[in-house]
Ligand binder design. Structure first.
Ligand code: OSB
Ligand code: MG
Length: 369
């Protein structure tokens, strides 16, 4: 792939609704839009998903910047790429920094698909023309606020409701939600807020018929999760604990989870995400595509990934308008009855709204490859 230039744009966008997890509230996002441009002027786009602080994993916007600019882009200069799957090998000497790697790899995947005149979904081996989507609702000031949000999104047709939980905002709240909505597909995400000392509280969730509980225990644990899974009925889904194919293999082997939330950034890119997909398929592990409050470009990558066959559960790829007053792609991502129709244009399949992109850009750097 004759990449001539890499562009890094730093964007700043304000969320429509502040998003609260067990670790705090996000109101504003800064992130990089990566662009890989070939010698004919074709443009491939990616998006970095780290936050301003390292609350979710150790990466941040600043570490993404440093690693892309001072390490990964140099490797792209020194190594030829025949296929986007080569990128993860080229980046292999660099430990972790998965979100930085994924942001650059994503732009190269999009460029590759556009040059081949196929959709990103096709380039990845995706088969679905439509994907089911759920919604992730942050911790709310009151249970009434949460009930109102849930009924709004249930009426919109979202296929699954995920609510954030933490100690003190868990069983009683979930029970109340379950009483109001006896039949909705409901799950909870703790973002690693519990330890095995909380096992009795977590056992209480057995009676609530939850689809799964996401990342109840430590971000770097797969041992205690296996103990917890043996003790509770609710299926465990791992998010923060899975950074690679190897992590997934070990978690499956130890029975630490029954479900995996796959995020492109967390696992270091689409190539690694595909591998986790294939392993999950062989092992009959249900997977779904998670979200990182992305703008349209990251969202488009998630949609393409979710077209692979083992993405059997609704993902966290809700519509653009849930997050942003104005998104950076055209058309914006829209959801009808809980379903997104996968675009059929080459690459990510959405046009870039260059005017919007410029308006949200606070810094820009260009690198010759
Ligand atoms: O744990 O899945 C998570 C958002 C930011 C960071 C981590 C998580 C989330 C979400 C929302 O749950 C996903 C989204 O709507 O993009
Ligand atoms: Mg999560």
């Amino acid at each position: 792939i004759p990449i001539k230039t890499i562009k890094l744009r730093r964007l700043k966008m304000t969320l429509n609704n502040p998003f609260t997890t067990s670790f705090g509230t996000i109101k504003e996002k800064e992130f990089f839009i990566t662009e890989a441009i070939d010698d004919s002027g074709n443009r491939g786009f990616g998006e970095s998903v780290a936050f301003l602080t390292p609350w979710y994993t150790e990466e941040t916007v600043e570490t993404n910047h440093h690693i892309m600019k001072d390490v990964l882009i140099k490797l792209l200069k020194e190594n030829a790429i025949d296929h986007p799957d080569d990128v993860s090998n080229i980046f292999r000497p660099v430990k972790r920094n998965h979100m930085a790697k994924a942001a650059l790899e994503g732009a190269i995947w999009d460029l590759y698909a556009k040059r081949e005149n196929i959709t990103l979904s096709e380039a990845l081996g995706g088969t679905r023309k439509q994907i089911d989507v759920g919604i992730s609702i942050g911790i709310q000031p009151t249970v009434e606020d949460l009930l109102e949000k849930i009924s709004h999104h249930v009426n919109q047709g979202y296929k699954r409701i995920k609510m954030k939980i933490k100690p003190g905002w868990d069983y009683e709240v979930l029970r109340e939600i379950r009483n109001h909505f006896p039949d909705i597909p409901l799950m909870a995400d703790a973002n690693s807020a519990y330890t095995l000392k909380d096992i009795e509280q977590l056992k209480k969730l057995n009676e609530l018929n939850l689809m799964m509980i996401e990342q109840p225990l430590a971000h770097d644990d797969i041992i205690d999760h296996a103990k917890l899974q043996a003790a509770i009925k609710t299926p465990i889904c791992l998010d923060e604990s899975i950074h690679s194919l190897e992590d997934a293999r070990k978690a499956i082997e130890l029975k630490s989870c029954q479900v995996i939330n796959v995020k492109i950034g967390r696992v270091g890119g689409l190539t690694e995400a595909k591998k986790i997909h294939d392993l999950s398929r062989e092992n009959n592990i249900d997977i779904w595509c998670g979200g990182m409050l992305e703008a349209g470009i990251g969202r488009a990558h998630n949609i393409a990934l979710a077209t692979l066959p083992q993405f059997t559960l609704p993902g966290d790829t809700a519509g653009s308008s849930l997050y942003w007053k104005k998104d950076i792609i055209q058309p914006e991502v829209t959801v009808h009855d809980g379903v997104i129709t996968v675009p059929d244009k080459p690459g990510i399949g959405f046009e870039i709204d260059d005017e919007a992109l410029d308006a949200f850009t606070i810094d820009e750097e260009v690198f010759d490859i």
